[in-house]
Design a protein around this ligand. Structure first.
Ligand code: FAD
Length: 476
């Protein structure tokens, strides 16, 4: 009698406990992936960029499984009906899966109950995090709401064990294999317009691509990570985020590789960032609706710009036309590659929330659609952190100045020049504030404000005062 292995945010063969346990059971194994586009039970369908990634990643996973004698079954539908249907069709005795967090974990509770009632054994494993979110608590047994003590507690005791090896082969399945969709039918690749050219040039989705990223990072950039991780003009971060998002590499594999690397350089700073990923999932576990609702309820009273007035400013922000070069460069990097440097994510998010007073949920949704690493935990927590309504929040009154941030973290303007070629010939001293450039310099650089590049959408000094006045409403 066969058993099912449900691949979800764990699109890898190595260090996959659910897969290993299923193969160890000795039963024929049917691996499957389910594309669920429904919005029922709080499920959130993937955005455009993550759909593109998924298609590539599944191609890679299906090939790896085929090389080992197995076959990945692809199905589309609502989990609550499609999984029991597959189980009935294959007469499966058990379902093996790695745990999810957030709204899908609540849906899982119902689904697994249905399967158990139908006579299946359901076996769940932990593989997406270094720790079980419920296992780390304060001394009084409460969940942590602040990162530093959370990480201090977790890292002092953390022992995720060694990663599991990838299986050599899949045992043959006697019966004819269940029907499978073809990936092409899912239309995960855009056609017209084809906006994914930059994504194709930037990324290699799949397990091999994840390992290549890890090695490239540990063989060089990690040495300067601690001092350089805030510099968007330098390629010093790992860019592992989409690979971790889809589980093409496990945090335990990253952790173990780091522990086997000579200490020093930026390794501790890097592991601390992995700690942030753990923390965000810890928060999501406490508050599965974190993408919509502020963790600090008093922010429900925040006087945001009225919905009917948001449109043009939101569109300017989305298309990288705010007139603030560091914000616009970030939004163009995002559109082109599906990724944005962390420092610039913070600056761009702050601009939307605090300069434009647009509710952070609009930004969260745009990132959800455009980031290849869009993650229910990290994205929501990142937005809430910047908005100041999250658990471990940068207070709302700390407002990023897009000019001084640009000058500090992109001092030569190399990042802006790369993503805004229309400003490339401005001198470094003016590239983050083109509206202050004398007409002659603008002319020499070929810049006409309002024509080749927009003037600032809003005056930052004025916007700052307005944001602080708005905050006073919450504080009252
Ligand atoms: P590195 O610096 O190499 O870090 C290694 C890994 O640690 C990352 O791959 C990531 O998994 C984790 N990590 C790093 N920084 C953070 C952080 N601040 N919070 C949580 N985990 C972190 N990250 C996502 O993975 N998905 C998102 O959807 C996402 N949305 C964000 C939205 C906003 C508004 C902000 C401010 C941050 C967001 N982040 C998100 C966090 C962070 O920007 C990215 O994880 C990081 O830029 C990814 O690049 P990297 O892999 O080179 O990171």
């Amino acid at each position: 009698i066969p058993v099912l292995v449900w691949f979800r945010d764990d699109l890898r063969l190595a260090d996959n406990p659910a897969l290993c346990a299923a193969l160890d059971s000795g039963a024929p194994v049917i691996p499957f992936y389910l594309l669920d586009d429904s919005t029922s039970d709080g499920h959130r369908p993937l955005g455009g960029a993550t759909r593109w990634w998924l298609g590539r990643s599944l191609t890679s996973l299906a090939e790896s499984i085929a090389q080992r004698g197995g076959r990945l079954v692809l199905r589309r539908g609502e989990a609550l009906s499609a999984v029991p249907e597959l189980a009935a069709e294959t007469d499966a005795a058990a379902l093996f899966a790695n745990r999810l967090y957030g709204m899908d974990s609540l849906r899982d509770d119902d689904l697994f109950m249905v399967l158990r009632v139908a006579g299946l054994t359901v076996r769940l494993f932990d593989s997406g995090l270094l720790h079980r979110p419920e296992a780390v608590t304060t001394k009084t047994g409460r969940p942590f709401r602040v990162f530093t003590p959370f990480w201090k507690t977790l890292s002092a005791t953390l022992d995720p064990g060694l990663p599991l090896a990838a299986p050599d082969s899949f045992p043959p399945v006697d019966d004819p294999p269940p029907a499978s969709d073809s990936l092409a039918d899912w239309s995960l690749e855009p056609t017209t317009p084809d906006w994914a050219g930059g994504l194709r040039d930037t990324w290699q989705p799949g397990e091999a691509g994840a390992q290549a990223r890890l090695e490239a990072f540990f063989n060089g950039p990690v040495a300067d990570y601690a001092s350089g991780r805030d510099r968007p003009d330098k390629p010093l971060t790992s860019k592992l985020s989409p690979h971790l998002r889809f589980g093409e590499i496990s945090p335990r594999q990253v952790w173990t590789a780091a522990r086997h690397h000579p200490p020093g350089g930026g390794m501790d700073a890097f592991l601390r960032e992995l700690g942030w990923r753990e923390f965000c999932h810890h928060l999501l576990f406490q508050a599965p609706t974190m993408a919509e609702e502020p963790l600090k309820a008093e922010f429900l009273a925040f006087p945001w710009t009225e919905a009917k007035e948001i449109g043009p400013a939101l569109a300017a922000w989305q298309s990288g036309e705010t007139g603030y070069p560091i914000v616009d460069a970030g939004m163009r990097e995002l559109w082109h590659t599906g990724w944005m440097h962390n420092r610039v994510r913070m600056i761009a998010a702050s601009f939307l929330i605090k300069d434009l007073l647009i509710p952070w949920q609009h930004g969260e949704r745009w990132f959800w659609d455009t980031l290849v690493d869009a993650c229910p935990a990290n994205n929501a927590a990142g937005w809430q952190w910047v908005a100041g309504c999250g658990a471990d929040a940068a207070p709302f009154f700390r407002i990023f100045n897009p000019v001084t941030q640009g000058e500090r973290f992109d001092p030569e303007g190399a990042y802006v020049r790369r993503w805004l070629p229309e400003l490339a010939d401005l001198p470094s001293s003016l590239i983050h504030r083109p509206w202050e450039a004398p007409p002659l310099i603008l002319r020499q650089a070929g810049v006409t404000l309002g024509k080749t590049y927009p003037p600032p959408l809003i005056d930052h000094a004025h916007a700052r005062v307005r944001a602080l006045e708005a905050l006073a409403v919450v504080n009252r």
